[in-house]
Design a protein around this ligand. Structure first.
Ligand SMILES: Cc1cc2nc3c(=O)[nH]c(=O)nc-3n(C[C@H](O)[C@H](O)[C@H](O)COP(=O)(O)OP(=O)(O)OC[C@H]3O[C@@H](n4cnc5c(N)ncnc54)[C@H](O)[C@@H]3O)c2cc1C
Length: 388
């Protein structure tokens, strides 16, 4: 990371994404939010213009760029007031297929994903009873001839209704029969177009933000064995690298959110006159904006470091976690600051601030909650005793 890079990496990417986002202004998102509708036009445009395939190698029709470039895409989407949550999974779930899929699987799916003909937006990990303790997932895939037969339940699986494919984590050997809890877990690529109504049913969950999240029920869903990614029983390891990418990409969305709030608050504080002067002239108003900028800048440096490590071939578990935690806290501080700076107008839907406020809150819980990150740092980095 060079000093010159810290302000604006990938200026061409950022400019291109900003131009695209300008076609999807606040009223577009406000209308979707009111009806909890999926931003199909926005996601289709992103895919058609190649922004969702930056991580797919050129040999499969993508741009062959690294994670750092992908963070620039998502950061700009969020800084523009849009939301990448509708589309970001295509970037990190694709990595599981790219790194661990067979040549046949990659040739079959990646070019179509890169061309925007196939949507890979669903990542099925979380279950109602296991929560964050992923090794306790119960969704089970039993081998029957040339198929796996899947039974179980997932929760909070976002975009499942808007995806053609899903990367699904299942147990293929019961936990108690494995040497290690992380053994016996496998990754299946589920073709949603065949599955829905044939063993898979989807129940949407309405949440405080427009995130198209759902609950999935598997009742003897048959998945061809050829859709197993990598080796049976080794799936936990395969998704870990995807999870690091996911945390870094989501951290970049938080940085974009924080910049959005800081931009909006600065502009409003310069403009809004109360007691005969701009509210931003009061240090009580300007200091929280400045503090948000300081926190965002520090978090952005850690996100950049994590992405650079990832692109160098390292699996930056600790850095990805720390980046996600710092960025989600920076965006939440900035969100709260922005509402306060706007006074009553911070609550008006047409300002987009209350919507972004709700949206950015998610990232202290998903894809991994702050306590679990602190636990990782305490035990893996500092050597403190494990609590679980
Ligand atoms: C809108 C939304 C979209 C999502 N999308 C997806 C998706 O697409 N795919 C997917 O697989 N999942 C998805 N998730 C799930 C998300 O990853 C989980 O909600 C998140 O990982 C937290 O898990 P949990 O909800 O089961 O919380 P739990 O594991 O039940 O934890 C609840 C609280 O207890 C704390 N806690 C738990 N154990 C400990 C401990 N030992 N020490 C200290 N604190 C602890 C946690 O930090 C948390 O604050 C989504 C969630 C939401 C809300």
């Amino acid at each position: 990371m060079s000093i010159a890079q810290t302000e604006e990496t990938f200026p061409d990417i950022r400019e291109g994404v900003r131009r695209l986002c300008a076609r999807f202004p606040g009223p577009y998102w406000q209308a979707l939010d009111a009806d909890r509708r999926y931003p199909t036009e926005f996601v289709t445009t992103l895919a058609n213009e190649g922004w969702l395939s930056v991580l797919i190698p050129e040999a499969y029709g993508g741009s062959g760029l690294g994670l750092a470039a992908a963070t620039a895409v998502l950061e700009e989407i969020h800084r523009s007031g849009c939301n990448g949550g509708a589309a970001h999974a295509q970037m990190y779930t694709m990595g599981t297929l790219l790194r661990h899929g067979s040549e046949g699987q990659k040739a079959k799916y990646l070019p179509k994903i890169a061309a925007g003909e196939l949507r890979l937006q669903a990542f099925g990990v979380t279950e109602p009873t296991s929560g964050t303790d992923t090794t306790r997932i119960r969704t089970f895939a039993r081998r029957e001839g040339d198929h796996f037969v899947v039974n179980g339940q997932k929760i909070w699986i976002s975009r499942a209704e808007h995806s053609d494919l899903m990367v699904l984590l299942v147990r293929t050997t019961p936990r108690e029969d494995c040497a290690k809890p992380t053994d016996g877990i496998s990754v299946l690529l589920v073709d949603m177009r065949d599955a829905v109504g044939n063993g898979l049913s989807i129940r949407p969950i309405r949440t405080m933000l427009n995130h198209a999240t759902t609950e999935l029920f598997f009742d003897n869903l048959r998945v061809p064995v050829e859709n197993l990614i990598g080796e049976e029983g080794k799936g936990f390891r395969y998704i870990l690298s995807g999870m690091n990418a996911e945390r870094i990409l989501i951290a970049s969305e938080c940085i974009g959110d924080a910049r959005f709030f800081i931009d909006r608050a600065s502009a409003y504080a310069k403009d809004r006159q109360v007691f005969g002067r701009a509210i931003g002239q009061n240090q009580g108003v300007q200091f929280p904006i400045a503090r948000a900028h300081v926190q965002m800048t520090a978090a952005a440096a850690v996100v950049e470091k994590a992405a650079a490590l990832f692109d160098s071939g390292v699996q930056p578990g600790t850095e990805a976690n720390m980046a996600k935690m710092l960025a989600s806290e920076a965006s939440w501080f900035a969100a709260d600051m922005c509402v306060q700076t706007h006074g009553g107008f911070g609550f008006a839907e047409e300002y987009d601030i209350e919507r972004k406020f709700r949206e950015t809150r998610l990232y202290q819980v998903a894809p991994i909650s702050t306590n679990l990150i602190l636990s990782h740092v305490a035990t893996h980095v500092l050597g403190l005793p494990k609590s679980f």
